[in-house]
Design a protein around this ligand. Sequence first.
Ligand code: M6R
Length: 367
Amino acid sequence: EKSGYEHFMLKEIFEQPKSVHDTMRGRLLVDEGVIKMAGIWDHIEKFKNANRIIIIACGTSWHAGLIGEYLIEEYARIPVEVEYASEFRYRNPIITDKDVVIAISQSGETADTMAALKLAKEKGAFIYGICNVVDSSIARITDAGSYTHAGPEIGVASTKAFTAQLTILSLIALKLGKHNGNLGNADFMSLIAELDAIPKKIEDVLSSTHELVQNIAKDFVDATNFLYLGRGYNYPAALEGALKLKEISYIHAEGYPAAEMKHGPIALIDENMPIVIIAPKKGHYDKIVSNVQEIKARKGKVIAVVNRGDTQVSEMSDYVIEIPETSECFSPIVASVPLQLLAYYIAVYRGANVDQPRNLAKSVTVE
Ligand code: M6R
């Protein structure tokens, strides 16, 4: 079942070139310059007339939702809010029949997400589901949706479901943007070509960084804390990297937007603090360079995820993980892969039960 891999999590990490491809299959038709998504197309008026889109999710799916916000606002220019399902359901939120709610859930069984959707539905919102498990409870109560088609995810730590969610959100944002005229044809065409190339880039990252990340992990087996920093699209990727590490290795980790460091977390930095920085060329690179300078001035240990050929951040960093370049909006899909591997190997070297971490369940069906 694990196809020769030691854990489901590792198998699922390595499945991502295929799972992301499967998510796009039949939807992304690059030669025709079309994104086909019946769920969106059949309800295009709902999306076009929406006052706003509210994305509701928990955990990793919520991180995907944050990236979805950046994507949809950038390309479709529709206002988006992202909510933790558990907060949304209990705070008497304002919802109307002009709202479109997008629920993101791998399992489709998360109790808080389900309850939040029921509430939104009662108030007349249109509910769109992004689920992985076909015919799951959430998939069944939504008005329409798109399955992620990542295949069964067994490891408690979500990996391939996350990159599949990002792929679907990218498709939705580009399709809506193209349709409502906010995304011009030339940009649309170049973005879909980039998206189409993502599975190959993930494959590239897996083969070029696997051994390196394994070696880096060995140096951090005894770490007690970790910071993950990113900006723009890679800020949620930093949150997700930190969540992966904490849930399977039990090392305390926090993700932060890099610029927020000076508002508090910078006080934590000394020679014992490992800091993972996501710093691709496209996306506030110069700002990240100064963040790295601030960290190095305080002797923090920097593990940088950069594009191949990078010099500025690399020269200052203690460890460098190179990934291929892509559009800024898709960079979290590629950058997340080495962070999954890093969390995985640190946990393995600590002797943790990677596929079934303590206190956690694959689907959280109680609140
Ligand atoms: O099945 P869901 O996507 O609704 O699950 C949401 C979270 O429980 C889930 O993403 C959780 O955070 C994972 N263990 C993260 O790896």
